[in-house]
Design a protein around this ligand. Sequence first.
Ligand code: GLC
Length: 627
Amino acid sequence: MRPSPAPSAIFDMRLARSAPDLWPMLQRLYGERADYAEFCAQLEQTLRASWKARPADLKRLDLARDLEPDWFQRAGMVGYVFYIDRFAGDLPGVHERLDYLTDLGVSYVHLMPCLMPRPGDSDGGYSVMDYRRINPEYGSMADLTRLAGNLRARGMSLCVDLVLNHTAREHDWARRAAAGEAEFQDMYLMFDDETRPRAYGQTLVDIFPDTAPGSFTHYPEFGKWVWTTFNEHQWDLNWSNPRVFLEIVRIMLNLANKGVDVLRLDAVAFMWKRIGTTCQGQPEVHVLLRALRACTRIAASAVIHLEEAIVGPAEMLTYFGRGEHDGREGNLAYHNSLMVQYWGALATRDTRLMTHVLRTHFPPALTNATYATYIRCHDDIGWAVTDEDARDLGFSGRAHRAFLSDFYDGSYPTSFARGALLQFNPETGDKRISGSFASLAGLEAGLQSGDPQAAGLAIDRILMGHALIASFGGIPLIYMGDEIGLLNDDSYLDDPHHAADSRWIHRPAMDWDRAARAGADPTTPEGRILAGTRAILHRRRAVDRLHGGHPTEILDSGNAAIFACARRAPSGSILCLFNFTESWQQISGSWLRYHGLTEMRDLLSDMMVALHDDMLLLPPYGRVWMS
Ligand code: GLC
């Protein structure tokens, strides 16, 4: 019998496996520099040391996931996203809520930013001053490690945020840069005068035009202009400096070795700047992200990357790697278009644009990757519908986007939605929308007017949305409180750090009394949403054919009210149908048979469905997964 390979030989094999994704990328980014060879040596040393320090149980997990590389695409994956303080007080408090999550069907938890933020306004924790410490209000790194272990023991995965584009201006690197240390100034994008900021500024798009206009901040105290894409306190990192790459890899692998399964890489589109462009999604961003993924694959292969790029349909796919990077970049990325189209079709009662966009821009299957599907998250909704796509359907993109903003801020006369505007960009006319799922879907208005029928329709809109993200392909992410229909919360207006940012309207504290009531009484609105969501998630987990790797084919239902897609598994297809209107709709039996149905079983309700005069009837906001 041959002895098993020495541990270092396993590392060498991992390094060799991912070498084509690493060194050629770094060569492109940094190869011209005099210190390039030294940087490569340091990086290899970092990877080796991290792997060596990786706890034995995580190394086992690496092996297990090498053997099951589709682990994150399986139907059993269901995500839940929350702010630690708002959901459970602190990290130890999260342990007490795990049974609730398990009961809901959740197998993946995304903790919103938990690393040490700057004091005061920290953009919800996205302004990080220390990547090696946990926000002391939430607990310690030991608490995070414990939670990760506990989740692992329950077969659940842990996702945490990692902000790559910027640090807080209170970060040690930033402080030293402000104090004049050239080495640290080179980790950020700093300019001695306004010439270059002005030149770049010509083509940049403001992210927060109302509250943080412009992308540069002048600091007279140390005489520099600093690149600050988001807020003044968030200083963009200089990724053309390999030192930044090295330091971030160290931070990533440190978190990986604490037991984190998924790193949510925040605002990745902005990582590389090029004059004359919007400085978003530059080709180098993809080279960087591929190299970063190679690093985790080498030193912590159980860990995957969720890339956050909330962009239009054409750019979104690049975060999974296109062309030469295909299948080698993000394992997960948010399906922003699915989310936008859900809201668009709900307002117009017309799914044609949704069908067109999802069919034209997205391939049926992805390589080594899957979507994060969602309806609401902690951020606002931007109407990422292009003029071209709108024109294809015969209407104006600008008018459609304006209609959606009016509909969802509630000002459109027949709107069921209650939302808030976030940032108005007079140049483009764009107005983004904040609001909780339930309030945007009509529950707030329905309850306020005491109209049970309106409230009932809102509940069905919510359940239809959850059934859509649970079956479309990808990991469905339930945003905290959406399973019990939490409404908008205006109390953010009383907090001076939050008042100017309407996104806080949909970041309330979890209402555990409401959750208890919902659990106890499935006839109340919150009880119906909870029972319905739970049923959807449990059915998803039971239906292997919803595996994210199986193609999603967008179909033309022939009825603008109904969105249709087929999940094509080798063991058979599932036709998923969603009625986006408040009236009954029909679809013919011959259409269903033509698209491959042999049996009329709805896998969502797990019941046989009877056709009437060879017609399948879908009630208002009805949803079925026909097999
Ligand atoms: C991401 C976050 C958002 C934050 C921004 C800047 O888009 O989701 O909440 O404001 O990055 O860090």
